[in-house]
Design a protein around this ligand. Structure first.
Ligand SMILES: [Zn+2]
Ligand SMILES: [Zn+2]
Length: 358
């Protein structure tokens, strides 16, 4: 089935893709969500996916001159720019192809759920609900409100809500097929002008939000492999690799835990100490970012590079050749390793000097 859609909503600023799909669903007037998914994806789903599937077909069906393209939808209305860094290269092409052509697989959405990036329940800011309804005549889901580790609105700094504070009814359903279009709960209670409780981690949450934005804006320059390579380079430079070629894990992990306990950066308020201990004890710590919670993921960038921006600017030496050196480390003989280690150390030092004199 490949007919042009008569209509597709224009995204509002910061609108979550599920909200766009829901607005389509409401406008076309289907009484079930299956028909909506059949229209958009060519498959009979009964859930509202945070990351679209079968997008090539979908964008071909969009009305001509509607000004929406696949790239812009993914970058501005989904968490794909952040998620793509979390997906290991062995699963990356599978995820891309599910987004482009998938009909019977939820693909990248599965990684999004397991990454812990996305809040398990759709959240709203009562001030945004009021302002959006006033400005656009309808309410919508903001993407920036759905980051699991940030439970305040980045604009209004008040706590986000998932339930009506008066009758406690859920504002959405579990599969995202029923969302708010007005600032009222199903029982008619107003969700505007709520008295919301104060949050004492506003600075930390805003710091996390800022860093998420920086990563999303630069996510094309980063991949999981490149971030891990940068961490490995930082380990050599900071003396966490012994002469035998192995990572001095205990020293590194103790220093990371110490840094969490003493760091002046407000973001550490969001890092769960016991969660970090568990993550560090996993043997694959330096092979996957998959198990890193978002605050810890960002904190590691602070730990190794001082800030996310610094890590992004440390684009030196990111060549396949160097990767091969690292991947081959374990098969080196002792003297080969010592030689490589010295070369790398000198290279890093000379690059530092270049950076300073620039
Ligand atoms: Zn707000
Ligand atoms: Zn209510």
């Amino acid at each position: 089935m490949c007919h042009t859609l008569a209509f597709f909503p224009t995204p509002y600023p910061d609108e979550d893709f599920r909200s766009l799909v829901y607005r389509y669903h409401i406008r076309v007037g289907y009484d079930n969500f299956y028909s909506t998914c059949l229209d958009l994806y060519g498959s009979k789903l009964n859930r509202n996916l945070p990351i679209p599937i079968n997008m090539i077909a979908l964008t071909n069906k969009l009305p001509i001159n509607c000004g929406i393209d696949m790239e812009s939808l993914l970058n501005h209305n989904t968490f794909w720019p952040l998620l793509r860094i979390y997906i290991h290269e062995s699963n990356f092409s599978k995820s891309i192809s599910s987004i482009q052509y998938g009909r019977n697989t939820i693909g990248a959405n599965r990684y999004l759920i397991h990454s812990g990036i996305l809040s398990s329940q759709i959240r709203y800011c009562s001030e945004c609900l009021k302002e959006d309804f006033h400005r656009y005549g309808e309410c919508f889901v903001h993407l920036s409100h759905q980051i699991n580790d940030i439970d305040i609105c980045p604009i209004h700094h008040i706590r986000l809500i998932t339930h009506c504070p008066v009758c406690n009814i859920n504002l959405t359903n579990e599969d995202g097929t029923s969302l708010l279009v007005t600032p009222y709960c199903l029982n008619g209670h107003s969700l505007s002008n709520l008295h919301t409780e104060k949050c004492n981690t506003i600075i930390a949450q805003m710091q996390l939000y800022h860093n998420v934005q920086v990563i999303c804006e630069n996510s094309k320059k980063l991949s999981q492999k490149e971030i891990l390579l940068r961490y490995r380079l930082a380990c050599i430079r900071k003396g966490y690799t012994g002469i035998s070629g192995s990572l001095e894990k205990e020293k590194l992990f103790n220093d990371i835990l110490d840094a969490i306990a003493t760091s002046p950066d407000s973001i550490v308020a969001l890092v769960d100490y016991s969660d970090v201990s568990r993550t560090l004890s996993k043997p694959i710590f330096f092979n996957y970012l998959y198990f890193h919670s978002l605050p810890f993921f960002i904190f590691l960038m602070y730990f190794f590079y001082g800030s996310v921006e610094e890590l992004l600017h440390s684009s030196f030496l990111l060549t396949d050749e160097l990767n091969k050196v690292f991947d081959g480390v374990l098969t080196f003989t002792r003297s080969e390793y010592i030689q490589t280690h010295l070369i790398l150390k000198n290279l890093l030092l000379s690059f530092d000097e270049v950076a300073v004199t620039d």
